[in-house]
Design a protein around this ligand. Sequence first.
Ligand code: AVI
Length: 326
Amino acid sequence: MRTVQPLAKHDRAAKEDILDFARSVSTGLQAIPRTLQSRFLYDARGSMLFEQITRQPEYYLTRTEASVLAASARAIRESSGAATLVELGSGNSEKTDHLLRAWLSRDTNVTYVPIDVCRSALAKAERSIVLRHPAVQVQTMNMDYRQAFKAFPALSPALVLFLGSSIGNFDEEGLPSFLQELHDSMGPGDFLLGGFDLVKSPRVIEAAYNDTAGVTARFTLNLFDRMNRELGSGIQLDRVQHSAKYLADRERVEIDAVFTATQNVTIKPLGETHTIHQGERIRTEICRKFRIETLLPFLESVGFRARRIFTDKQQWFAVILLQKEG
Ligand code: AVI
């Protein structure tokens, strides 16, 4: 009898997750332009594909940020000093290793709180951190960032990590409210370490989202595969194409799935079907690129003051240590 209760609870949570996905897809397919929320890209397969993207030669973001973190980890530790590191969208937590090593070189009393929507990525990251750094106390949180914010006051004093330029996946309307919520949930004087991909040659940026091995294309298509698996959508994946274009005037990459034939997309849990016509696009992601000179006043307007700015030699990527004022 004792095993029945947790299983039923788990089933209910899984059903709730599918309904949440179904409702979001329904709203997104009826929006103009049709848009799917990028958080749904990160199921177990999507997280694995994203990890592969980070190793593609064209995808400079991860390795550039890692080199900046390796060079600046000690300075970040000295400037922030918090014993608790909280990471939003931790993924495989690989880059965080540079920080954990710098922290452990001074103090063994370190708590690491990785937060991710992907349960399998989180479990994998936890295992590898416990193995590599047994002294670190790991407290995983398997949830959406915004749900996790509620726990932040209890984690203060903390350094919150938001790396990988994930901040660039928010649009102009969504980012200020997200950052404001994050700011308000942090304790006064807490730190935020942000990773920001900077504006550079359009050729370099566009190549990063169109790798020749086709991993990014598979990552985009996996969202539609997930719809087939979880929502019974019945999409023919060979009639959907990945498209990633850098718009220099908007300083962002727009990633779409282009339907090369008209198809009906079913959302079984809601009993809906939507017709997507040949040539129609469904937006799956935007990836914004930043300029430090406009970023800093914006971050300050939300209540974050820049304490340290670290970049690579080419100035392709910036890691900025911010502090909540007050
Ligand atoms: C997670 N995020 C920062 C990645 C990016 O570069 O915007 C997501 C990604 N999508 C396709 N390639 C990478």
